[in-house]
Structures are given as C-alpha cells and as structure tokens.
Design a protein around this ligand. Structure first.
Ligand code: SF4
Ligand code: SF4
Length: 470
C-alpha cells in the first residue's frame, strides 16, 4: 500500500522559468495553498512581472502547472531537462554576431520537359502555378468560387512534404501567412471577396513587416454576402484599401486559365523580390471556367532569403517587426515603403494591347470582361471601326506608361467592367497623377451582381456612342 504522505512527498514541485512567465496570474488563482504571488520586479528579458513560488508551503499538487498557458512558464521540476533541449541558446549556441551575416540561398530554376497542354479550370491552374513557383505551404478557409484551388492544394501538398492548413477563419489564415512568410517560405491562400475583406488587417501587417505572401482572390458579386457570380467589385479594395496605414501591393489581373497559372507564378517571384504581399485578382467566371493551359518549361526550387526568421543558427539574429513606436521611426519606415511602391510603379506596369496601336476608340477592360471586349473589337474591326483593347494586367500600378503613347489622336476611351466604375477610377487617377490633360473623353459600359457585359452590347454601344449602366 502506498502511503499518501510518501506519495505527496514524491510529487514534483513546479519549476518556473521567469523569462517565459507572462504574469497572467492564472497560477496564483489556481494554487490552493496560496504559495504563489507576483514578484516585485520586472523581468529584464521578458519585460513582464513574473510570479515567485514559496516552496516551503507548496505540496506539489500540480494545479498551477495545469493552469499555466505558457509552454515553458511553469513545468514540473523533474522535466527541467526538456527546457535544456528546447532552449535555442542551448540548441544553437550563442546568437551570431554582426560579422556573420545570414547568407542568401538563391532560388534554383529547374528545367521541365515539354508536355501536352492541360485542360483545367482557372482555380486549378492557379494552384498548379503556385506549386511550380515552389509554394509548399497553404493556409485558407473555404469560400465559393475559390475553393477548388484549395482542394487541389490539399490533395497535392501532402505528397510533396508540404503543409495544408484549413484555418479556423480568414483572420487566422492571413496570420498563418504572416508567420510562414516571415520564415522565408512560399505560402498562399485562395479566397473570395467577403473572405478577402476579412484578411485586410493582416495584409496591412504583412506590408508593414515586409513579409511576402500570395493572395488569390476570386471575386464574386457583392456587396456583403452578395452571390457567387463573377464581379470586379474588389478592385478598389485591392488597389486602394489593403488595410490601415500607407499600404500598397502589386495587383495582377488574369484574363484566362493560362494567366491564372502564369500570374500566380509571377506573383511569388514579385512577392519575394519586393518583400510584399501580391494579390492575384481573378473573378468568379475565371475561377470556374475550363481552358487549355500550357505548363512552363521550368519550375522553381526556392532558396532562402537572408532576412528569413528561420530556425537555424545563421538566421537566429533576424527579427521581423512591424512596431515602430516613435513617430520619427514610423515616418522613416513609411518613407522606405513609399520608395518601394515607387519602384513597383516604375518597374512592374504590365498591359496587353489588342489592335490598340492605331485605335481611335480604345476599350479598357480587365479579367473576364476583357474577353468580351476582345470579341467586340474583332467585330468592330470587321465593320471598319478602328477599335482596340487596352487590358491592364497590373491593376496596381495602373499601366499608364503603356497607355500614354496610345492617347494622341484617340477619339474615345470606353471602360468596360463588372463593377460600379472601380477600374475607371484607377484609369482616371492614373491620368490625373500623370497630369494628362486634356485626355480623350471617357465613357463606360458597366454591369454588377454577376452580369457580364456581352459582345453584342459592347458593339452596339460603340456604334451608337452610348453608355451602358443598368
Ligand atoms: S504545485 Fe500546488 S501547491 Fe505548489 S505552487 Fe502549484 S498549485 Fe500551489
Ligand atoms: S500561469 Fe504561467 S504565465 Fe501565468 S503567471 Fe503563472 S507562471 Fe506566469
């Protein structure tokens, strides 16, 4: 028979690692012997006031151990050795000094053989692009019409030693991306309009902390819950509203499944080049439509950036932080970010031109509506009308440098879009910022709620010189 007295004696008492104690006080409330109280001093490592234990009264009941939420705050005395194993200083030795700068491990481009084109839907194409770009970490919360992209990642990533996490929400998703991107690994999510808006605070943190990450937003009808049909109602959000602060991210607008793949691959490259999130802004139709997709002749084996907060000795000295408490520091940080945005504007403007160089009537459209415009331009040319298509591939920055040379002699610009003028606003802002006055008159053809502009409607509107607004 075991004596109760002897048993109590043998129970391990709690051991406190003061630098890991957050001073939450849960152990104080849990202790029936009242032998835990706050110390009188702030711990210089943690900046918190930890607790102290009066061992003369402690009977080793263990209730404080159960109450402590910190993995290393309180632990049984006989497990002290585990701390020895997990303490980074003991695992990796002292932090590297400034003389041992972390090395940049460059990406490797791996050639691929030519293959037959695939016939896949847009979301699958984007997922394939991400995998070929070296993305092995996916975080997301399902939302129609983007979910199939996540489904494919869930199927494939486990076979590639990758990680697929269905997060508890979009807010959790963006913060997983913050953590994973901070380690220098390539990660992404698929989402759709209401989900994207939930991620905005986190995207602002990513931009502030200069952490890369790719967000594929397959836009659906809005506002609010809206419907699951295609719209372009998030252009304003992606180009002008990525959370609080002075935020910008490159916004890429694919127009078919091939570009869903190509631009998602490009998004990873740009995201790491600028240490900034990149938004791939598709629409509900693009997410679901099936098309021929040619695979690239290469894939990327990612390296590791020198800034990564990675779990090895070399990168231990790195720190990613978006807190700049002094006004002067925060202004200096913002100046750096603004300079980065300037570089993006200078180097990353992309556009596709179709019969645009001699056009007298230039139709401006992106995403799925640009496909209808392409059909309309063909018909108008057959009728002898000098129409053309200007398709911004980067919605931010708006590719004004590609548009400028087309403007002299232009009779009319017509913006064709599935939103209430959000693309037109980007065009007008770009013209204004470049002080292009006067510019050709701007007309528009607009639909909302999942209704897309039709080829015949565009042709008629051009011929009759009328605007379309439901
Ligand atoms: S083991 Fe029990 S008695 Fe000892 S400090 Fe923790 S709660 Fe208090
Ligand atoms: S419960 Fe843990 S973290 Fe909270 S005060 Fe006690 S030891 Fe510290």
């Amino acid at each position: 028979m075991i004596s109760l007295k002897k048993d109590l004696k043998s129970r391990p008492k709690p051991f406190l690692l003061a630098e890991y104690c957050k001073g939450c006080g849960r152990c104080i409330a849990a202790c029936p012997k009242h032998c835990i109280e706050y110390s009188n001093e702030v711990n210089p490592v943690s900046g918190y006031v930890p607790v102290v234990i009066d061992y003369s009264v402690c009977n080793g009941c263990g209730l404080c151990l159960l109450a402590c939420p910190e993995p290393y705050g309180l632990m049984p005395e006989n497990r002290k050795y585990e701390f020895q194993l997990t303490d980074p200083a003991k695992q990796f030795g002292p932090r590297p000094t400034a003389e041992t700068e972390p090395r940049e491990i460059p990406d490797q481009v791996i050639p691929l053989p030519e293959t037959e084109p695939l016939v896949v839907k847009g979301t699958y194409a984007a997922a394939i692009g991400a995998l070929l770009a070296g993305c092995r970490h996916f975080f997301g919360y399902p939302i129609t019409p983007s979910t199939e992209g996540a489904e494919l990642m869930a199927k494939v990533l486990p076979h590639l030693d990758g990680v697929f996490v269905q997060a508890v929400s979009e807010v959790a998703t963006v913060n997983h991306i913050y953590g994973c991107g901070g380690t220098g690994l390539r990660c992404m999510t698929f989402t759709s309009s209401p989900g994207f808006s939930l991620m905005l605070e986190g995207i602002s943190y990513l931009i502030g902390a200069e952490v890369p990450g790719v967000f594929v937003n397959v836009m659906r009808g809005g506002p609010g819950l809206g419907n699951i049909a295609p719209e372009q109602g998030d252009i304003k959000l992606a180009c002008r509203g990525l959370g609080h602060g002075n935020t910008h991210a490159l916004v890429l607008a694919p127009a078919d499944p091939q570009e869903m793949l190509d631009l998602t691959m490009l998004a990873f490259e740009l995201s790491f080049r600028y240490r900034n999130p990149v938004i791939v802004l598709g629409d509900g139709y693009l997410g679901q439509v099936t098309g021929r997709v040619k695979l690239p002749r290469y894939m990327i084996q990612p390296g590791l950036p020198s800034w990564a907060v990675y779990g090895d000795r070399e990168h231990r000295r790195n720190l990613i932080c978006s807190i700049h408490l002094s006004e002067a520091d925060l202004e200096a940080h913002n100046r750096r970010l603004v300079e980065k945005y300037r570089l993006m504007e200078e180097n990353e403007q992309r556009a596709d031109l179709y019969f645009a160089r001699d056009a007298e009537i230039l139709l401006v459209a992106s995403n799925t509506p640009s496909r209808m415009v392409r059909g309309a331009v063909k018909k108008l040319r057959d009728l002898g009308v000098k129409a053309g298509l200007f398709r911004p591939i980067t919605l931010w920055p708006f590719p004004i440098e590609h548009l400028k040379p087309l403007l002299p002699g232009m009779e009319r610009l017509i913006v064709v879009e599935a939103s209430n003028g959000q693309l037109e606003d980007e065009l007008r802002l770009a013209l204004g910022r470049e002080e292009i006055v006067p510019h050709p008159p701007i007309h528009h053809i607009r639909h909302y709620g999942g209704v897309l502009p039709q080829v015949s409607e565009i042709v008629q509107a051009v011929l009759e010189e009328k605007e379309v607004e439901p």
